[in-house]
Design a protein around this ligand. Structure first.
Ligand code: GTP
Ligand code: ZN
Length: 296
């Protein structure tokens, strides 16, 4: 028996990555009877039969399950945003960070199109804090890369080895280009937003994991909006690491860092220790969480 990870189910077979190659697997009778629902990312034991064929003998309890896309045992989420064209949608990035944190999956932020950004900003130093530094200062893992020149790609490649990762980010951010840069040989379709047929990818329910830099990666359809996970209003600040570390410094224990006096978060906002963009998003999300609370 060998250990493997399910990449996808297709046409009655399951494709499992084990010992550096892909096996076409069928199910043991008892799984078929139970009508067990296997999903990509499931860790399975397989029994090789002939050449690249095997049967799935058992499945290991899932550590976590991510929905949209449905993938099990996800180790990390690579959140891909362009530094420019399109301008990064930081409301979406902060939303994804909350989703990922809530699911207890490690986020890795990748800002792409570094070549283009440099070209546009020239040699003149930019005013204020660079957006990548805002997230880096909070403590997130942040990479700046160019899939075009290859700059920074190797640093991400080592983060993928032996892990299950999902790529998420808006359309046009450069997810497919990043995947291609990370896996010479396999090429995903990339292109301009307008001339790419999106229907196939966006309506498909067949998520699959692909082998990439010694790890497994799912390229997910571009999100444009995303609901926040169900949580109590007081829990939201815990999803913002720079708020969470100041948790006990507000005057009121129940402080929501909105209108309350003597709020440590607002004080940090005043001194520039907390980014106004992050604080704005916090207030937007707080409203949404309170709205949602009323519904259950
Ligand atoms: N200059 C430059 N262009 C890039 C880079 N990465 C991607 N692009 C371009 O940006 C456009 C979108 O890239 P894709 O990789 O298709 O983006 P995507 O995130 O996969 O988009 P969806 O499939 O719509 O979700 C393409 O025209 C790419 O050539 C980069 O690092 N530098
Ligand atoms: Zn406060």
């Amino acid at each position: 028996m060998i250990d493997g990870v399910l990449l996808k189910g297709y046409g009655g077979f399951y494709y499992v990555y084990a010992e550096g190659r892909v096996w076409e697997c069928s199910l043991r009778g008892r799984f078929r009877v139970k009508d067990q629902d296997f999903i990509p990312g499931d860790r399975v034991n397989i029994l090789p039969e002939q050449e690249d064929k095997a049967t799935i003998e058992s499945v290991i309890t899932r550590r976590n399950v991510l929905s949209r896309p449905t993938i099990a045992n996800v180790d990390q989420a690579i959140l891909v945003f362009a530094m420019t064209s399109p301008k990064p949608d930081l409301n979406l990035l902060d939303r994804l960070l909350i989703q990922v944190t809530d699911a207890e999956i490690e986020p890795i932020i990748v800002f792409t199109k570094l070549d283009k950004y440099k070209e546009e900003s020239g040699t003149a130093p930019k005013e204020g804090l660079k957006i990548t530094d805002v997230y880096r200062n909070i403590g997130y893992t942040v990479f700046e890369v160019s899939s075009k020149t290859g700059q920074g790609i190797a640093d991400i490649a080592v983060r993928l080895t032996n892990k299950i990762s999902v790529l998420a980010g808006p359309s046009g951010a450069g997810k497919s280009s990043l995947f291609n840069a990370l896996s010479p040989g396999i090429q995903l379709k990339t292109g301009e937003i307008s001339n790419k047929s999106k229907r196939g990818r966006h309506t498909t329910r067949h998520v699959e994991l692909m082998v990439c830099s010694g790890g497994l990666v799912a390229d997910t359809p571009g999100f444009s909006s995303l609901f926040l996970p169900e949580m109590k209003r007081a829990e939201l600040a815990d999803c913002f690491p720079e708020f969470a570390i100041r948790r006990n410094q507000c005057r009121f224990n129940s402080c929501l860092h909105d209108k309350e006096p003597n709020c440590a978060i607002k004080a940090a906002l005043e001194t520039g220790e907390i980014s106004p963009i992050r604080y704005d998003h916090y207030l937007i999300f707080l409203k949404e969480v309170i709205e949602a609370e009323r519904k259950y």
